[in-house]
Design a protein around this ligand. Structure first.
Ligand code: KIV
Ligand code: NA
Length: 270
């Protein structure tokens, strides 16, 4: 396949083929994600996993632009979606357009993602009508951690489940090309997937979603501050890095590194 997957290509996967998505924040990780995934999401989770912030609330436009550019440089096939950070879109459609256009122009991403249900529908329609593809995000929306009261499973009651279903459907009707479903009971993930017209991308929302996404540092074992139940560890890079760093420190203290093969001198080739 030549060229990048477009938001329209992702939209057309509904009922055809699963959408494979991972987050990416840097060029080398983007290269790995690009080889195997359909969507590279430059998530505002970057603030927590790479910058040590306590939540996603402190993430800025500048951070998203820097990481979005790095991911664009490291990819050629994946559809790049960049998260709109907290405070960059909630005031209204004009503010959202101004910041989304800046994200697209400066990073070269194909789409933006924003959090929220029916109250964001007008903004989604406004952006889509003006050339900015939008991915929605409902259920657990981490930018609302303070009003949600924590990172709990959402949609457990019938009333809440119905509300989240309407939120997802309203975003699809407003023109979102896909909707992330975060931390919902699997039965609700299935129900929303059956009822809305665009792909659902699940994270902790069950196996019946149209696609899946994980935070790459979580699934590779690089970020271990919290370990949500929905994260499957596909590698243990943190443990591997720890062992490598410890071995290096021991060898430097013992003057065992550098060895003869690592030094320059008489008769040593470059
Ligand atoms: O910021 C992020 O990584 C996300 C995904 C987990 C959906 O929004
Ligand atoms: Na996010």
């Amino acid at each position: 396949r030549k060229g990048r997957l477009s938001p329209g290509d992702i939209r057309a996967r509904k009922g055809v083929e699963p959408v494979v998505c991972l987050t990416a924040y840097t060029t080398p990780m983007a290269q790995l994600v690009d080889a195997h995934c359909d969507v590279a999401l430059v998530g505002d989770s970057v603030g927590m996993v790479l910058h040590g912030l306590p939540s996603t609330l402190g993430v800025t436009m500048e951070m998203m632009i820097l990481h979005g550019k790095a991911v664009a440089r490291g990819s050629s096939r994946a559809c790049i979606v960049v998260d709109m950070p907290f405070g960059s879109y909630e005031e209204g459609p004009e503010q959202a357009f101004r910041n989304a256009a800046r994200l697209m122009a400066e990073t070269g991403c194909q789409a933006v993602k924003l959090e929220g249900g029916r109250h964001m529908a007008e903004t989604v329609a406004f952006l889509v009508a003006r050339g900015i593809p939008v991915m929605g995000h409902v259920g657990l929306t981490p930018q609302s951690v303070n009003t949600l009261g924590g990172y709990k499973v959402q949609g457990r009651s019938h009333h809440e489940a119905d509300r989240i279903l309407v939120d997802a459907g309203t975003l699809a009707d407003a023109g979102a090309f896909a909707v992330v479903l975060e931390k919902l009971p699997a039965a609700l993930g299935r129900r929303i997937t059956q009822e809305i017209a665009v792909p659902t991308i699940g994270i902790g929302a069950g196996v019946d979603c149209d696609g899946q996404v994980l935070v790459i540092d979580d699934m590779l074992g690089l970020f271990s501050e919290f370990r949500p139940k929905f994260v499957k560890r596909y590698a243990e890079l943190g443990a591997s890095a720890e062992a490598g760093i410890a071995a290096y420190a021991d060898e430097v203290r013992a003057r065992a590194f550098p060895g003869p093969e690592h030094v320059f001198g008489e008769g040593n080739p470059e």
